[in-house]
Design a protein around this ligand. Sequence first.
Ligand code: ADP
Ligand code: MG
Length: 228
Amino acid sequence: MTAINVSHLSKSFGKVVAVDDLSFEAPAGAVTAFLGPNGAGKTTTLRLLLGLVAQTKGRATIAGVPYRDLDRPILHVGAVLEATAFHPGLTAYAHLEAVRIASGLDRERVGQVLDDVDLGAAGHRRIGGFSLGMRQRLALATALLGRPHTLILDEPANGLDPAGMRWLRGFLRGYALDGNSVLISTHVLAEVEQIVDHVVIISGGRLRWSGPFDGGRALEELYLEVAE
Ligand SMILES: Nc1ncnc2c1ncn2[C@@H]1O[C@H](COP(=O)(O)OP(=O)(O)O)[C@@H](O)[C@H]1O
Ligand SMILES: [Mg+2]
């Protein structure tokens, strides 16, 4: 089964071709690493998948449907893009409760997602006092509220310390083992090598390699061979 399908997708910003006839799939129940150097087009592709920018050409679908056509997308897809902004005066609990109510989700979800990301003890503290790692986990908790089957994370390790990254790897591994799908972009291979099932490598907006990854060879070796 395919969670995410990108087909002949292109996006230009004026003369800059950020994504260029890109096609790949991210399978269900797997962690897919979306790799490429800075400026390769990773963030633009994820924004296209989430309907945040309109494509110039092609199609991107989640569970077979373009994001904008999903019925209650929060129930299907959770996303954490760069630089999530929170109101610093709110507690984590209040932030999540506001999103929960706006989305019509069950009351118990807020406590559950706080526990899922190990923020249970900090739920009633103000976000303004949170470390970057705690904010990242709160962003993840927000993405998990609707029990989505697909998670899309853009460079989630930025700002995480080694312990935070280790925690995130364990979380994502377990999430995929439960049958969900994870698409995670990064330019730091070591962050994802241990948990990856499937790899998509792009450079200059174009696909360089995609396929299952079984750890039979080093991810870095594959990447350096195809990406640059
Ligand atoms: N909103 C935008 N306006 C103009 N150019 C953009 C915009 N967003 C991205 N780009 C350009 O598109 C290319 C791909 O960027 P991006 O998708 O952010 O790459 P990555 O996430 O892989 O680092 C870069 O050349 C970048 O400068
Ligand atoms: Mg990016």
